[in-house]
Design a protein around this ligand. Structure first.
Ligand code: FAD
Length: 455
């Protein structure tokens, strides 16, 4: 039973991944929730979903889904990926486990996840969804939403009491906050765009490359990745410069695309029968980091998810971070009661801002790791040595990737620990040329010394 039900109606703008999960959390607490969403209802027959897109879901996401009891349900339609498989230009494969045995991130279909959360939220009493309603802006003084019906194009205003902005990276709710005094805002686009492509299923829906892995074709300045789908296909994404010798600008014809892929991704090309059609039919997406503050306006408005902190996708954490926002907000409701709005909003942004800032930096850092370092034998050796240290000193050394992906250690703490560990590895690695060197007495002495000096 809800601890402190209130009779006031809460408004959620945006029923994407974070908005639908947030609505479910709020409804479970006994609040009345009204949700507005620009798109049509994705569960309606005939809804044009577009391409099927998958996302990597990891521990923070699972924890948030578990908090409303849907983790098991989603796990059944997710595909565990226990490591990375790197493809070099000759088609040679190198495997790197993500964590220890049994640990995996999950490839989950975005549309399925969103529809499931909408179903569950709608199944709660007190939640109303209004699809096809675009927010054009809000008036913070009069507490009114300006809405446009995307079918009739009719515009109207609607009052709100308390508004949660989960309307994504280009949030209309945030744009009203941006015009308030001393509101900090930055957006930084990468010089890279992305293109979604398909690796086809084999005969009988077979996976043509290893199913339980995230595949990477690291090429120094750019990369392609692929995540598995249940039907045997993979969603591949090319992250590629907009301009330059090897860039979107340089690939203008099907022949140029085919020649480029034959040269740099030769083992993938035979698995991508629709490559050139898709390359020109699918849009080129841009990639950006958005930071802003504050995330609240009085105790009236709160931003969560990408609306508050959009990041580049290279750590697979954007959705996970937004889901963790829901976990943290829910814990604050538990702590302060469901009507301490100002305290809860203030605590929420104080706790989440430094952590999501750290995650934004980690995501940019991982871009270089994925496109470049994972192809470097010294880097891969370092990861193996780190795993050995972690095994030798249980509980004292968790690799950065594990802290981000397989724990709920606050992102800022994970980043700081990762930096300390990197400094140690920079001192150790010159003494290590092969995995077996780890057991050399001189290396062991250094490791012991470094571990002792940490405390
Ligand atoms: P969104 O998912 O953008 O949802 C916002 C919702 O608000 C949408 O439904 C939209 O229609 C609606 N809306 C927008 N404007 C209005 C308006 N004016 N009025 C009404 N409604 C509106 N994250 C991961 O954790 N793992 C991954 O592997 C991963 N891979 C990614 C790969 C790529 C290429 C990209 C671009 C992102 C990836 N992400 C990943 C990040 C993830 O997609 C986002 O962090 C996540 O979707 C954020 O959820 P959200 O609900 O805050 O925003």
């Amino acid at each position: 039973a809800p601890a402190h039900p209130t009779t006031e109606r809460l408004t959620v703008m945006g029923a994407g991944l974070v908005g639908s999960l947030l609505s479910l959390y709020l409804a479970r607490r006994g609040h009345a929730v009204e949700v507005f969403e620009r798109r049509g209802d994705p569960r309606r027959a005939g809804f044009q979903e577009g391409r099927s897109i998958n996302l990597a879901l990891s521990d923070r996401g699972w924890k948030a889904l578990g908090g409303v009891g849907v983790a098991n349900d989603i796990r059944q339609v997710g595909i565990p990926m226990s490591g990375r498989v790197m493809h070099d230009v000759q088609g040679n494969l190198t495997r790197q486990p993500y964590g220890h045995d049994g640990q995996a991130i999950y490839s989950v279909n975005r549309g399925h996840l969103n529809r499931r959360l909408l179903d569950l939220a709608e199944g709660q009493t007190g939640v109303t969804f209004n699809f096809g309603q675009q927010c054009l802006g809000i008036d913070l003084k009069t507490k009114e939403l300006r809405l446009r019906d995307t079918e009739t194009q009719e515009e109207r205003t609607a009052p709100y009491t308390r508004l949660f902005g989960t309307d994504g990276a280009f949030s209309a709710v945030r744009s009203a906050l941006q015009r308030t005094d001393r509101f900090d805002y930055s957006q930084d686009f990468l010089d890279y765009g992305y293109k979604e492509l398909t690796i086809a299923a084999g005969p009988g829906g077979a996976w043509q490359i290893e199913k339980n892995a995230l595949h990477i074709w690291p090429r120094g300045q750019y990369l392609m990745i692929a995540l598995p789908n249940l039907d045997g296909s993979f969603n591949a994404t090319l992250f590629f410069p907009y301009e330059g010798a090897e860039s979107f600008a340089a690939l203008q014809t099907p022949a140029e695309v085919a020649a480029f892929f034959d040269r740099v991704f030769p083992d993938a090309v035979p698995l991508m029968p629709a490559l050139t059609e898709e390359f020109f039919a699918h849009p080129t997406g841009s990639l950006l980091t958005i930071k802003c503050f504050p995330w609240k306006y009085n105790d009236d408005v709160l931003l969560l998810g990408d609306a508050a902190h959009a990041i580049v996708p290279f750590y697979g954490q954007g959705m996970n971070a937004g889901f963790e926002d829901c976990t943290v907000l829910n814990a604050l409701f538990d702590e302060y009661g469901d009507s301490a709005w100002d305290t809860i909003f203030a605590e929420f942004q104080a706790e989440r801002k430094p952590n999501n800032d750290a995650m934004a930096d980690l995501a940019l850092y991982n871009f270089v790791e994925m496109r470049d370092r994972v192809a470097d034998p010294v880097f891969l050796l370092q990861k193996k040595i780190e795993a050995k240290i972690s095994g030798q000193f249980p509980g004292q050394w968790a690799p950065l990737y594990s802290q981000v992906t397989f724990s709920d250690t606050p992102y800022a703490e994970a980043l700081a620990a990762g930096q300390r560990q990197d400094a140690i590895m920079a001192r150790l690695m010159p003494h290590i040329q092969a995995e077996a060197d780890y057991d050399q007495p001189t290396v062991q002495a250094l490791v012991q010394q470094e571990m002792a000096a940490r405390h």
